[in-house]
Design a protein around this ligand. Structure first.
Ligand code: NCD
Length: 338
C-alpha cells in the first residue's frame, strides 16, 4: 500500500509486505526513542490528537512519537471539552480540525465513527480505537512485540501459539490482532473467555479459513500450559449496559505468579494491551508478576513508540530522511536502564 497520505482505519488494509515495512522503519527509531539522538524531520508539522474516550498510553505515545520526530501536537480530550458537546457533527469537526493539522489521531466510543470522520478529513486520520471495533496501531505494536519476543528465541511469526484471555467480545485490541494474524502462517489460537464474552464468530471463522487452529474454552490454567504468548485483557466495563453486568465478569480470569509458575512454561511471554484493572475485584494480571522476565507489558508500551513513530514517518513520507535531520542530544538524560 502507499502510506503517504493514507488513513489507518483498520488492519484489514494491510498486506504482509506493508507490515514488514512498518516494522523495518520501527527498527530504525530506537536511538530517537531512547533519546540518544534528536531529529527535527517533522519540524513544522502538526498532529491533531482527538481523544473522546479515556486514554493514557495511546494518546501520549501518539503525541510523544510525533514530538520525537520534531513535530508539534495539539490535543482535544473528552467529548465534553470539544464542540461535539454542542451538537457539532463528525463531518464539521473533521473539516475544521484537518485545517489545523497534518495528520489526526482519533479515538471515539462508536464503532465506525473514525472512518466517518476520516471521510470528511483533508489529512490522514489514524484510528486510535473506535468503540469495540478496531485499534489498528495497538495490533501493530502487539505484533511487533510478539515478533521481537519470538526472535529472541529463534522463532518467527509463522508457527506460534497464543492464548487470548478475558473480554474477547468487546476488546478491540484482540479483534485487530486476530485480523492481523490472518496474514501469517500456522498460528494456534486459544480463546479463553466466559461464553458470553467470546470472540465474535466471524473472526473465529476468518482465522480458521486461513488455516489457523482455534480452540475456545473457559479454562485458564489448561490453556496457558503450551503457548508461546499469553495475552491477557481487561473486562471492557464501559461497553456493558450496566456496571452490575460488567461486575459479573471482572476477576473471572486472574493470572498471577503462582498460576503462571504452576501451569505455564517459564519462557511464555506475558502481554496485555493495558490498562490492567488492578483493583482487587478485577486484577486480571497480578502485580506479583512485575519483576518476572517473561512480563512484556512495558516492552510492549515502549515498542508502541517505535511503531507509531514509523507510521507517522511513513504517512508523511519522511521515513528515509529521519537521520538527515538528526543531531546529538544536548541535555543530560538520567534514564534508569531497563
Ligand atoms: C486498550 C483500548 O483502549 O482498547 N487500551 C489501549 O489502547 N492500550 C485496552 C483497554 O482499554 O482495555
Amino acid at each position: 500500500m502507499d502510506f503517504i497520505g493514507a488513513n489507518i482505519l483498520s488492519v484489514g488494509q494491510f498486506e504482509r509486505a506493508d507490515i514488514d515495512r512498518v516494522f523495518q522503519v520501527a527498527d530504525t527509531m530506537g536511538p530517537y526513542a531512547r533519546r540518544e539522538k534528536v531529529t527535527r524531520v517533522l519540524e513544522g508539522a502538526i498532529l491533531g490528537n482527538m481523544f473522546l474516550e479515556p486514554s493514557t498510553r495511546t494518546r501520549l505515545s501518539f503525541g510523544a512519537a510525533f514530538n520525537l520526530l520534531g513535530g508539534t501536537v495539539r490535543e482535544t480530550v473528552g467529548i465534553t471539552a470539544s464542540a461535539m458537546a454542542k451538537g457539532e457533527s463528525l463531518y464539521d469537526t473533521a473539516r475544521v480540525l484537518s485545517g489545523y493539522s497534518d495528520v489526526i489521531c482519533m479515538r471515539h466510543p462508536q464503532a465506525g465513527s473514525v472512518a466517518e470522520f476520516a471521510a470528511a478529513s483533508r489529512v490522514p486520520v489514524v484510528n486510535g480505537g473506535d468503540g469495540a471495533n478496531e485499534h489498528p496501531t495497538q495490533a501493530l505494536l502487539d505484533l511487533y512485540t510478539i515478533r521481537k519476543e519470538l526472535a529472541g528465541k529463534g522463532r518467527t511469526l509463522d508457527d506460534f501459539r497464543i492464548a487470548m484471555i478475558g473480554d474477547l467480545k468487546h476488546g478491540r485490541t484482540v479483534h485487530s490482532l486476530c485480523k492481523l494474524l490472518c496474514l501469517f502462517e500456522k498460528v494456534h489460537l486459544t480463546f479463553v473467555s466466559p461464553p458470553e464474552l467470546a470472540m465474535p464468530a466471524e473472526l473465529v471463522e476468518q482465522l480458521r479459513a486461513v488455516g489457523h487452529t482455534v480452540d475456545v474454552t473457559d479454562q485458564l490454567e489448561s490453556s496457558i500450559s503450551h503457548v508461546d504468548i499469553v495475552y491477557s485483557t481487561r473486562i471492557q466495563e464501559e461497553r456493558f449496559a450496566s456496571q452490575e453486568e460488567a461486575n459479573l465478569y471482572r476477576g473471572r480470569f486472574r493470572l498471577n505468579r503462582e498460576i503462571f509458575t504452576r501451569h505455564a512454561q517459564p519462557n511464555t511471554v506475558i502481554m496485555h494491551p493495558l490498562p490492567r484493572d488492578s483493583r482487587a475485584e478485577a486484577n486480571e494480571l497480578d502485580t506479583d508478576l512485575n519483576e518476572h522476565p517473561s512480563l512484556a507489558i512495558f516492552r510492549q508500551t515502549d515498542n508502541g513508540l517505535l511503531v507509531r513513530m514509523a507510521l507517522f514517518a511513513m504517512l508523511l513520507g519522511v521515513e528515509d530522511k529521519v537521520d538527515d535531520y538528526a543531531r546529538p542530544v544536548t541535555w543530560q538524560s538520567r534514564r534508569t536502564p531497563i
